[in-house]
Design a protein around this ligand. Structure first.
Ligand SMILES: [Zn+2]
Length: 262
């Protein structure tokens, strides 16, 4: 499942490529045909993201809400777009580019009320400009749930997925089973800042990079897939060389070093 940096990068790219343009909107597969017909030929105003949710704004009463889920996938084309491949739920055609959306968990036409309702159920998104860490802190300091669970809970903090969870806790030396209410305020401030920084790097490079590229001696954009992460899917701890422990936490596989993370 894509993490928040991918969704924000999509919002940024789609905004740059399509906002302000009169769009062709269609649903080759048919499941979004009635909604697409209402938008076809209208001007797309803006594209925004909150956590793992994308919003295409046409007017306050017409917003497409997309959640990719496990199987959702975008394909971008230079115009003219090729024949639709597979079950294309949504096709949008702009002046120079087009995109297809296949297999989303959700693709629906909503109004501003529903948008606010969806956002109110989500936690603060570290990639949003006015995100409020205080709200996140209040949830964490009152919770006995493990931090490894809290970080994946989209109603606490929106956009962090399995890879960022493992990397953030490793970099801060925090054991994933440590309960939220045992986290000190200073450590939370570090956690929030690191999350903001890492997600922003993710948006910039369109991939998750949690290592210091300078220490490896390469530009961040040139790091290969084995070099970008510290602990996720690793067998040995990069700090102490001990075996990385893996187990299920909140239904996803956790990776941690039991010596370096306390
Ligand atoms: Zn270690």
């Amino acid at each position: 499942m894509p993490e928040g940096h991918t969704i924000h990068r999509l919002a940024r790219d789609h905004g740059k490529w399509f906002a302000g343009q009169q769009m062709g909107v269609a649903s080759p597969q048919g499941r979004f045909a009635a909604e697409a017909k209402r938008l076809d030929g209208k001007t797309l105003q803006d594209v925004t993201a909150h956590g793992k949710h994308l919003f295409y704004h046409w007017s306050p009463r017409q917003i497409i809400h997309v959640h990719l889920g496990l199987y959702g996938k975008f394909r971008v084309h230079k115009n003219p777009a090729p024949e639709p491949r597979g079950a294309v739920r949504l096709r949008m055609i702009g002046q120079q580019r087009a995109f297809d959306l296949n297999g989303p968990n959700r693709c629906e036409l909503i109004g501003k009320g529903k948008l606010l309702e969806i956002r109110s159920r989500l936690g603060e998104d570290p990639l949003r400009e006015h995100a409020c860490p205080e709200t996140v802190w209040q949830r964490i300091e009152r919770s006995r749930a493990p931090l490894g669970t809290l970080l994946l809970n989209q109603t606490v903090i929106a956009g962090v997925g399995n890879v960022y969870r493992a990397e953030i806790l490793f970099l801060l030396g925090i054991h994933p089973e440590r309960p939220g209410n045992e986290l000190q305020r200073d450590d939370f401030d570090d956690l929030w800042q690191l999350t903001v920084d890492l997600l922003n790097i993710g948006v910039r490079y369109n991939r998750i990079i949690t290592v210091d590229a300078k220490r490896i001696g390469k530009p961040a954009s040139r790091l290969n897939s084995g070099e970008r992460l510290n602990i996720y899917k690793k067998t040995k701890c990069p700090r102490c060389n001990r075996r990385v422990r893996t187990w299920e936490l909140a239904n996803r596989k956790m990776y941690a070093c039991e010596k370096c993370q306390t």
